[in-house]
Design a protein around this ligand. Structure first.
Ligand SMILES: O=C(O)COP(=O)(O)O
Length: 218
């Protein structure tokens, strides 16, 4: 039997958004006199939403609300102007999306990126109608790894969770998949390591997007 839908994570899975996120966050930090980080260090700050990114980037002794929300506002303002400077689709992702489409398997996105930026990115980098549903992080819905967003997608597609595959690049995504009772597939080209995905309980790990096609039958 074939899975009926794939839910994709966005940052680090479909799009390499690392540089633009890091550049915006570094400018927001520097403007307030806080230390900045290398682009690679941001791989561990991204994945649990914009507020968490800022909390992780601020020095431990400076995570009071005024600092967090000051830097968060500055980061969002900067990112709203610079979200598509260096961001690119990962190699092989377009081929995968076409192949999934060709099989008649449905596609959706669930991201912890703020919803408005998730929509902007998807509109810019993917053909209209590629995804039936695109959900970013919305204040009223618990973020990944809570399965609420994943359940919202399956309900709206009239599917059962076990008919879905969840593909993501971080432990947050793997935990989301498991919490939602979906096949948990780890993307090894993203921001985190194979060790992290294995420890989180990934059922499958793939090195290139097209490898997902080998796992759409169960
Ligand atoms: O921007 C984030 O924190 C995470 O976004 P993602 O869920 O698409 O990886």
């Amino acid at each position: 039997m074939q899975y009926k839908a794939v839910i994709f994570d966005l940052d680090g899975t479909l799009l390499n958004t690392l540089d633009d996120l890091a550049d915006s966050a570094n400018r927001a930090l520097a403007a307030r006199g806080f230390p900045t980080y290398t682009v690679d260090e941001y791989k561990y700050f991204i994945g649990d939403g914009a507020e968490m990114l800022v909390r992780r980037a601020l020095p431990e002794g400076a995570r009071d609300d005024a600092a967090v929300f000051g830097v968060l506002d500055a980061f969002k303002e900067d990112y709203s102007r610079n979200w598509n400077v260096k961001t690119r689709i990962y190699e092989g992702v377009n081929d995968l999306l076409s192949a999934v489409e060709g099989l008649g398997v449905r596609k959706a996105i669930l991201s912890n990126k703020p919803h408005e930026y998730t929509l902007l990115c998807v509109e810019e980098y993917f053909a209209p109608g590629t995804f039936e549903m695109v959900l970013g992080m919305r204040p009223e819905v618990p973020k990944k790894p809570d399965p609420a967003g994943a359940f919202e997608i399956v309900q709206s597609l009239s599917l059962k969770p076990e008919e879905c595959v969840f593909l993501g690049d971080s432990s947050t995504d793997i935990h989301t998949a498991k919490n939602a009772n979906m096949l948990a597939v780890g993307a090894l080209w993203g921001f985190r390591t194979a060790d992290e995905l294995t420890q989180a309980g990934a059922q499958v790990e793939i090195r290139t997007p097209m490898e997902l096609m080998n796992h759409l039958k169960r």
